[in-house]
Design a protein around this ligand. Structure first.
Ligand code: ARG
Length: 463
């Protein structure tokens, strides 16, 4: 049997392998809801324009409603012989309403249809991700406010650098997630033009109303150029690019969670709800959720890579290559969504060991910069000289195996005579963070203010 949708000039049915490589129904059934919404808008517009009769439009819409409920109930039979979701739905519509079903595809092609469906799907996914990013920001900002003055080591090269506060560290991620949201919002804004009515590639001779279908589907307006409308997959690439950057942010945070929850660091404790045990080592509490968040970045970035390579060198307008966009985005965006949910759970539940953090914050001569700054301020040394003097003092402390804030004054004075006992005021980790009051700095008063501002902004629904 040849395909009833396009089999007019075919004498033979497709080979089984042809069906295997060609059929997309196994994955594009995820577009059912969007496809039905698009068809409903198209049918109503055709009737309003007098291209089909009002009765036919009514039958089509009723049939589509029935199909929607069959799909929701799980009673719809998807057929690989019918290739994709568009032809599966149209074939079922013909079974339900008969001849009128054949009028639905007037002034339309699967090319503008699939582009429209996918835009609707990606748009919904972006809206959901934005919600989830917002929720994670709220969890982080809340924890940040609670731990605005919890001192921890700040690292560069993962070596003790300068003390910071845990709240400050968490707020760094709130900023990163905001940029992620902005990137998704920007992608959504550019995405929001409607391909429907571009037909196969050249537009149509029927007197359609593209404004009407665009607005019925929540688009800002029709896509301007019919060739571009059917061949554009920028919106998928952009969404995957935004998702990739966001996944990279989450993976960095996941890595820190893994490190912080080791016995060696012991800065945080993850809840039982977000850890797993070992089948052989009874003491283990493994941060599997964090590790999987870290790992899923691979598939998300992989999806971006796969689609970009698929699109490279495709001539205008539609090519079947573009069918390969779907599995990537259907996997990547839900993967990111799962990562966000897991991250939010971990953050909300985690508890902090302030003492362990504080102790680690003092290790590695982390207040050496404070000493150098003191020499600049109080002894008038140029910073480069102060840096050198401090380096020698750190070497003295290291030789005695003591921290800077307990190194005897005479030892310091032997390196530089201008040092007085007032220097000890700046050598504690608390004094160090408290002094970092510059805009965006880690001083607890700054952090408290920033956390409050974020919480207010996020509660506003904005952000
Ligand atoms: N299943 C196809 C896809 O995902 C729909 C468009 C097919 N168009 C065509 N001219 N064969 O891209």
């Amino acid at each position: 049997m040849t395909n009833t949708m396009w089999g007019g000039r075919f004498a033979e049915a497709p080979d089984a392998v042809m069906e295997d490589i060609n059929a997309s129904i196994d994955f594009d059934k995820a577009l059912a809801e969007q496809d039905i919404a698009g068809s409903r808008a198209h049918a109503l517009m055709l009737a309003d324009q007098g291209i089909i009769s009002a009765e036919d439009a009514k039958r089509i819409v009723a049939g589509l409603d029935k199909i929607a409920s069959e799909i929701a109930a799980g009673t719809f039979t998807f057929s690989r012989a019918l290739e994709d979701i568009h032809m599966n739905i149209e074939a079922r519509l013909a079974e339900i309403i008969g001849e009128a079903a054949g009028r639905l595809h007037t002034a339309r092609s699967r090319n503008d249809q699939v582009a429209t469906d996918l835009k609707l799907w990606v748009r919904d996914a972006i809206d959901e991700l934005d919600e989830q990013l917002h929720t994670l920001q709220e969890a982080l900002a809340e924890k940040a406010e609670a731990h605005a003055d919890a001192v921890m080591p700040g690292f560069t090269h993962l070596q003790s650098a300068q003390p910071v506060t845990f709240g400050h560290h968490l707020l760094a991620y709130v900023e990163m997630l905001q940029r992620d949201r902005d990137r998704f919002a920007d992608c959504r804004r550019r995405l929001n033009t409607c391909p429907l009515g571009a037909a196969a590639l050249a537009g149509t001779a029927f007197p359609i109303d593209r404004q009407a279908t665009a607005s019925a589907l929540g688009f800002d307006g029709p896509a301007a150029n019919s060739l571009d409308a059917v061949s554009d997959r920028d919106f998928v690439m952009e969404a995957l690019a935004a998702a990739s950057i966001s996944a990279v942010h989450l993976s960095r945070f996941a890595e820190e969670i893994v490190i912080w929850s080791t016995a060696q660091f012991g800065f945080i404790r993850l809840s039982d709800r977000f850890t797993t045990g070992s089948s052989i080592m009874p003491q283990k509490r493994n941060p599997d959720a964090a590790e999987l968040v870290r790992a899923k970045t691979g598939r998300i970035v992989g999806a971006l890579n796969a689609l970009i390579v698929t699109m490279k060198g495709l001539p205008l307008a539609y090519s079947k290559d573009m069918q390969e966009d779907k599995e990537q985005v259907f996997d990547a965006l839900p993967s990111l969504s799962l990562c966000l949910a897991a991250m939010t759970g971990m953050v909300s539940d985690l508890t902090v060991d302030k003492n362990a953090m504080r102790e680690a914050a003092g290790a590695g001569y982390s207040t050496a910069t404070d000493l150098a700054d003191w020499l600049v301020r109080e002894a008038g040394l140029p910073f480069r000289d102060a840096h050198h003097v401090t380096g020698r003092i750190v070497a003295e402390a290291e030789a005695r195996n003591v921290a800077l804030d307990v190194l005897p004054l005479d030892v310091m004075q032997s390196v530089h005579p201008a040092i007085s006992k007032a220097v000890y005021d700046v050598l504690s980790v608390e004094a160090s963070v408290a002094s970092r009051t510059s805009e965006g700095g880690t001083a607890p008063e700054n952090v408290r203010k920033a956390a409050k501002a974020w919480r207010a902004r996020l509660a506003d629904g904005a952000g």
